[in-house]
Design a protein around this ligand. Structure first.
Ligand SMILES: Cc1ncc(COP(=O)(O)O)c(C=O)c1O
Length: 456
């Protein structure tokens, strides 16, 4: 065998193993089995002195690693907000990994530069954003918030004559940051990373669904960034964008939308009303690895004024090529990175406008079915189920926690817990193309049975 034949055999075997893994998901429990978890310890060995046959490395990884995964790629994982991987997106990910392109520069990776531009054009249309927006293809919602807020920081300080990229934040005019009481933790993390301070923010009270109360917005003046949310991670609720953005813009503030999953409601005609007004903002963060169902990791930051995004992110050096076209690395925090645009393009190209609308609509419908079934069984739904998120209480906090633990151990499906405004709840998030009606009915029946058994 030549080296090429050996590599070919290894990759074919890898594909076989991956296919076997995916085909086996329906028959296995969703959680990581305890014995598989325990076997991970066998990987904790001294680094061998000599080389190991790659096929043996793969066999070890598959043998120990594959069973120690949570079946998030299957149809019955409803934890956090985790989408599956669409077949076209997964296939594109494999091919792009074989290409091993550095996606930052168009001269080195013209395919990614092209697909980012095409996908960007499609995305701003699907998400109802200004057609001339710029975008950064980043690792996820957190980094999308970082990229967008770094751009906001650039713009609001540039307006008062301060060059934050050159001169930093020490001695800069103060910037007020306003957000809702139920803003996502990643937004605070982003603000901390950017030097705004996690605690140095003005927090606006939220209503019972987690929506920022527009009537409680403080008077705004001077350099200000207002962060609103499209899709609360617990309830799925949307801040009243139209009212808040109008008031913020009247005061000259920048408005950023954290729409990690909720922004995708714009792509489904039956849900688009939920994001009404969001398109008037200045920047938006969303995930592709959540509701667009591309493999991890993949997030998107959009900015109305691409020049501000470029000004916040660009770096130059004599050895770096500048082609005169959109250079991906001039719009992202990273310089070298993988070609995320390839999978985003593949997902959109395979779904089409109608397929994406159907993915969003179908998963929302399944969430409503969970809510209806659990309510009919006598359990309390804590949120208005308008999107793909359901919060259910099974009674006393201890009972709810016991039901969650028992459900995870039983294995049919997987849901996590939360505390929503002081009440223990189980979170159900339906975010995967792989989920079928049969998955919903089977999971619902299991939840009702386990919660029934746990009744005091
Ligand atoms: C509203 C919101 N913003 C940001 C994030 C963070 O996204 P990521 O985990 O992709 O960084 C999440 C994750 O669930 C989210 O729900």
């Amino acid at each position: 065998m030549t080296t090429d034949e050996t590599t070919g055999a290894l990759l074919r075997e890898t594909a076989e193993r991956a296919i076997r893994y995916l085909m086996g998901l329906d028959a296995r429990g969703v959680a990581v089995p305890p014995d598989a978890l325990a076997r991970l310890a066998t990987l904790d060995e001294p680094l061998p002195d000599g080389p190991t046959d790659p096929a043996a490395v793969l066999a070890l990884l598959d043998g120990i690693g594959s069973p120690a995964t949570t079946a998030t790629a299957g149809g019955r994982f409803f934890g956090f907000v985790i989408g599956g991987s669409l077949p076209a997106a997964l296939a594109a990910n494999w091919l792009a990994a074989a290409w091993d392109q550095d996606a930052g520069m168009s001269a080195i990776c013209p395919i990614n530069a092209t697909l980012e531009e095409v996908a960007l054009r499609w995305l701003v249309d699907l998400l109802g954003l200004p057609p001339t927006s710029g975008a950064a293809f980043v690792t996820g919602g957190t980094m999308a918030n970082v990229a967008a807020l770094a751009t906001a920081r650039h713009a609001v300080l540039a307006r008062v004559g301060w060059d934050v990229e050159a001169d930093g934040l020490f001695g800069a005019p103060p910037v007020a940051v306003v957000l809702g009481a139920e803003a996502h933790a990643s937004l605070l993390k982003a603000l901390g990373l950017l030097g705004f301070g996690r605690n140095r923010v003005v927090t606006v009270p939220a209503d019972g669904q987690g929506r920022m109360r527009a009537d409680a917005l403080p008077p705004l003046s001077g350099p200000t960034i207002v962060c609103i949310q499209a899709g609360n991670v617990n309830t799925g609720a949307f801040d009243p964008a139209g009212e808040i953005i109008a008031r913020a813009h009247a005061a000259g503030a920048w408005v950023h939308v954290d729409g990690a999953f909720g922004l995708w409601a714009a792509a489904a005609p039956g849900r688009a009303h939920l994001v009404a007004g969001c398109g008037e903002a200045d920047s938006w963060a969303t995930d592709a690895h959540k509701w667009l169902n591309v493999p991890y990791d993949s997030g998107l930051a959009f900015v109305r004024d691409p020049e501000s995004l470029r000004a916040a992110m660009a770096a130059t050096a004599a050895y770096l090529t500048q082609s005169g076209q959109r250079e991906p690395d001039q719009y992202t925090p990273e310089m070298s990175r993988r070609a995320r645009g390839v999978e985003v393009w593949a997902a959109l190209r395979s779904l089409g406008r109608d397929g994406l609308a159907d993915l969003i609509e179908r998963t929302c419908r399944y969430a409503a079915r969970f809510a209806e079934g659990l309510q009919a069984a006598g359990f309390q739904i804590l949120n208005e189920v308008a999107l793909n998120q359901v919060l259910v209480s099974f009674g006393e906090p201890d009972v709810t926690r016991r039901v969650i633990a028992a459900l995870q151990a039983e294995g049919t499906c997987w849901c996590g817990g939360t505390v929503w405004q002081g009440r223990a709840a189980m979170r159900i998030s339906v975010s995967s193309w792989a989920t079928t009606e049969a998955d919903i009915e089977r999971s619902l029946a299991t939840m009702v049975r386990i919660a029934g058994d746990a009744r005091p």
